[in-house]
Ligand binder design. Structure first.
Ligand SMILES: Cc1cc2nc3c(=O)[nH]c(=O)nc-3n(C[C@H](O)[C@H](O)[C@H](O)COP(=O)(O)OP(=O)(O)OC[C@H]3O[C@@H](n4cnc5c(N)ncnc54)[C@H](O)[C@@H]3O)c2cc1C
Length: 470
């Protein structure tokens, strides 16, 4: 890169929000740089097994633990971020989620009607499919049958995928490690591709460790994988590092005193997997990855949802209790396992701080209400497994936070929030954010489609505020 180049926008984090915003800014003719700490893979180079996937596509080589080791967190670190490793389930928020955001933040556009056109634009950028009935696997059939037996409501999952080649007999079930078919609608397959065609400069394997705002002269200090330092300059900064990533970067850059809410309000939808063990083989690892979700108003009121899921053997081995022989005996029955996950809408926020070395420290506990939601959901899973004649039920031994949200909440009041309704940091008109970090609380619904919609809306607001593309 030529020295002293000054970009119009520097974007930190090539997950979901970063590339969605970069795409719009580049289309408007802005000169943009996108910096990502993780590596850029291609369809041919994604890891081919779960162990390599975990160690290569996440921060800290896989799971990060909270301070009391009761919840574990999965934080993607790869070009494409969560869109590479996630389950690709895309849902719009309902009125309940928007109302709760609006009343907490004071932000008027947090409502179904105002967000609808931005969801439309987000959905135009990706393909969304349901799994056709004839391709549902046995794991999905048990989920569906159990719901029918218990009179619970379910619905097909909406997945961001274009062609999983199920007609050809494909059953790769590799969605959590990057899709080698190019079916999954990750940002490198969609908006990042067009942004690069429109002149985006992408720098991967470079972690941003500090940012400075000199009112229109943004300085960004990057640490390359090999240990070398690089300084980048721009007129504006967009933060797309996710909940923990943005909080850590802003705290390490000294913004904490001015914006005391940075790092507060951390949510994660804790998820707990249970396994029904059946006499016959279920072979959850074959066929289409997952097909159903709960769609029960009773569950929504109780603050949880269920999903028909599957995880690779290395992840299930981590969740199955016991050690030594009993653990081995349980794992030998893996092909007889059906899997269901309860995902709770957590009410008790945690907090992200940094230690003296700049490392993120995660403090997040479940309060009594959150544990009650988990218990209710787990009882429902037991009903489903029992009603479909499971011989045994095994509960995973800890919860995992996959939907990392908050820490830089959007709101009208700088005393209780970090990002303004115009998507800039309070008091910093040159620094913007629209990713999962701006969530005011846990919606209890898959977040990624809303991150895409919010990023589309933010890009529009940013272009207007900065006079690009006029
Ligand atoms: C296993 C798994 C399954 C999931 N399933 C679903 C699902 O089915 N549906 C759904 O809606 N959501 C799902 N999610 C959650 C969803 O993927 C996230 O909510 C979403 O990716 C967040 O988008 P984001 O742009 O805010 O951040 P991310 O996608 O996390 O991207 C942030 C990027 O910024 C980079 N970064 C951070 N700090 C720095 C720095 N200092 N310098 C440079 N780069 C930095 C990171 O490396 C990362 O690549 C899942 C998540 C996981 C882990």
């Amino acid at each position: 890169m030529e020295p002293f180049r000054i970009f119009d926008f520097i974007i930190v984090g090539a997950g979901i929000s970063g590339p969605f915003i970069a795409d719009e800014l580049c289309r408007a003719g802005a000169d943009c740089l996108l910096i990502e700490a993780g590596k850029k893979y291609t369809r041919k180079t994604y890891p081919t097994n779960g162990l390599d996937g975990n160690s290569q596509l996440y921060w800290s080589g896989g799971l990060e633990l909270g301070h009391d080791c009761k919840l574990a967190f999965l934080r993607p670190k790869v070009v494409g971020g969560g869109s590479i490793v996630n389950q690709a389930l895309v849902d719009r928020f309902d009125a309940d989620a928007w109302n709760s955001w609006r009343s907490q933040s004071g932000v008027d556009f947090f409502n179904v009607e105002d967000m609808a056109p931005w969801y439309d634009k987000a959905e135009d950028a990706i393909e969304i499919q349901e799994i056709p009935a004839k391709f549902r696997n046995k794991n999905a059939e048990i989920f569906d049958q159990g719901f029918k037996n218990m009179n619970y409501q379910n619905a097909p999952l909406r997945r961001a995928q274009s062609n999983c080649r199920l007609e050809e007999g494909n059953c790769c079930i590799e969605c959590l490690n990057g899709c080698r078919l190019g079916s999954k609608q990750s940002t490198p397959e969609t908006v990042l591709k067009t942004a690069l065609e429109n002149g985006l400069t992408l720098v991967s394997d470079t972690e941003v460790i500090r940012v400075e705002d000199n009112k229109g002269d943004i300085r960004v200090l990057g640490l390359e994988k090999g240990g070398g330092e690089a300084i980048f300059r721009g007129r504006h900064l967009v933060l797309g590092g996710g909940a923990i990533g943005n909080a850590r970067l802003l705290l390490n850059s000294g913004f904490g005193k001015e914006l005391p809410h940075i790092g507060k309000g951390f949510y994660c939808h804790p998820q707990f997997m249970s396994f029904g063990v059946y006499d016959e083989k279920i072979n959850s690892h074959t066929g289409a990855f997952q097909a159903f979700k709960s769609d029960d108003t009773g569950f929504r009121k109780e603050g949880f949802k269920l999903e028909n899921v599957y995880a690779g053997p290395e992840a299930i081995a981590l969740l199955v209790p016991d050690f030594g022989l009993p653990h081995q005996e349980a794992m030998e029955k893996l092909s007889h396992f059906a899997c269901i996950e309860v995902c709770t809408r957590d009410t008790h926020p945690g907090r992200i701080k940094v230690n003296r070395k700049g490392k993120a420290l995660i403090r997040k506990v479940q309060n009594e209400e959150d544990r009650r939601r988990q218990d209710k959901g787990t009882r429902v899973i037991e009903n489903i497994f029992k009603s479909t004649n499971a011989r045994e039920i095994i509960h995973g031994r800890f919860g995992i936070g996959l939907h990392l949200m908050g820490c830089c909440a959007m709101g009208t009041d700088p005393a209780t929030s970090v990002v303004s309704p115009d998507f800039h940091l309070h008091g910093h008109s040159h620094i913007f954010a629209a990713d999962s970090s701006i969530f005011p609380n846990a919606p209890g619904i898959n977040p990624s489609l809303t991150i895409m919609a919010m990023s589309k809306r933010a890009a529009d607001a940013i272009l207007k505020q900065t006079n690009y593309g006029q």
